[in-house]
Design a protein around this ligand. Structure first.
Ligand SMILES: [Zn+2]
Length: 359
């Protein structure tokens, strides 16, 4: 009996299954604390172009290794991670976190589409050598020629998974809707090609591209951000994509746009929501618990049990890992995470709450 008492530990908090971070760019970890906030999308792109290679490759790899370790200790068991190059492959191949890597492409000029696709096919082969799950994916409507958007979407669907930055900014909506606004101005001033002006929302434009390549069947599609989505877009996407997921990254949206996604709309439409941290170029920390706190702050009526489903089970389902991760069930090994400092009355996390992996 005594022995048992000595080996029993007591915690004050809740136990949750390991988190699934459904949107990250771990290779941007060296940009922690570097970017200016509230710049909007055009300003964000300017900073990324300027600062992406501001430190050496060794420092970039050291930073992403550090962040992967922190994510694991704080309870992340799986991650959908965006890569534009190979710098994170080795770390991911050794990490205890399961990652599916989305090899993201962009390129506004139609004539470079083939070259970009050749590059990402080679990168996919390299990822396979490291033994990580990886396939090409398109970046967004506003950084790609229609041809490249279609070609990379086709490759993503061939692999079974597509992750796409959707309606992240009002600038993007304006660009597609009317060919105006800061993104359009920036493209014109740099003499870059722009996507076609359609008079409707950016998501409808993307759905048209998907229809052009034969549509979506059983593949898992993740729309990321959705900050400026609307009812018409959500309904249209639901109609044509069966296995559809909506990733939200609230702290990143506040960082860049000082805006948040319409969660009540998404919930009303019964969207399958997942939670992501995005990268350290647009977030102070990669912390699922901080994202949950942010949702509590701005959407206090959303129940913790719903948010926890977004942060574990739904992400696992998107990754096709719901049989092993995402919930406490017999036969699964999702990881066990303690979240402390709970406000039991409101059944919410508090400012002091932290997460720590126990198993
Ligand atoms: Zn992103």
């Amino acid at each position: 009996m005594k022995e048992e008492e000595e080996s029993t530990e007591f915690y004050n908090g809740i136990l949750v299954p390991g988190f699934v971070n459904s949107h990250c760019h771990i290779e941007l970890s060296h940009l922690k604390g570097v970017f200016q906030k509230g710049t909007g999308m055009a300003g964000f792109i300017r900073q990324i172009n300027m600062l992406r290679e501001s430190v050496s490759k060794e420092e970039r790899i050291a930073a992403l290794e550090r962040e992967m370790d922190t994510l694991y200790s704080a309870g992340v068991s799986a991650m959908a991670d965006i890569s534009n190059c190979e710098e994170s492959f080795e770390t991911k191949s050794k990490s205890k976190i399961y990652t599916r890597t989305f090899l993201e492409v962009f390129g506004s000029e139609p004539e470079i589409a083939l070259e970009v696709m050749d590059g990402v096919v080679a990168l996919t082969a390299l990822a396979k050598e490291y033994g990580i799950d990886a396939a090409p994916t398109p970046h967004s409507c506003y950084t790609m020629s229609p041809g490249l958007l279609e070609a990379s979407s086709a490759k993503a669907l061939e692999a079974g998974w597509l992750s796409y930055h959707n309606q992240e900014s009002w600038e993007e909506e304006e660009l597609i809707m009317s060919g105006t606004g800061p993104l359009a101005q920036s493209y014109r001033s740099r003499s870059l090609s722009m996507p076609p002006v359609t008079g409707s929302s950016a998501l409808l434009y993307f759905l048209e591209r998907l229809a052009n390549i034969g549509g979506v069947n059983e593949q898992n599609v993740l729309l990321v951000h959705n900050t400026f989505t609307n009812e018409q877009s959500v309904k249209a996407a639901k109609e044509v994509i069966k296995n559809l997921y909506w990733a939200i990254c609230p702290l990143s949206n506040l960082f860049i746009h000082n805006a948040l996604p319409p969660l009540s709309l998404l919930m009303r439409e019964q969207a399958t929501i997942t939670l992501g941290t995005d990268s350290l170029s647009s977030n102070n920390l990669l912390s699922m618990v901080d994202e949950i706190k942010c949702i509590h702050k701005y959407f206090p009526t959303i129940e913790l049990k719903d948010i926890l489903e977004w942060s574990s089970y739904n992400g696992a389902k998107f990754l096709g890992k719901e049989n092993t991760l995402g919930s406490f069930e017999k036969g699964k090994e999702p990881g066990v995470v303690l979240i402390d400092n709970i406000d039991w009355q409101k059944m919410q996390l508090t400012e002091q709450s932290k997460s720590v992996r126990l198993v």
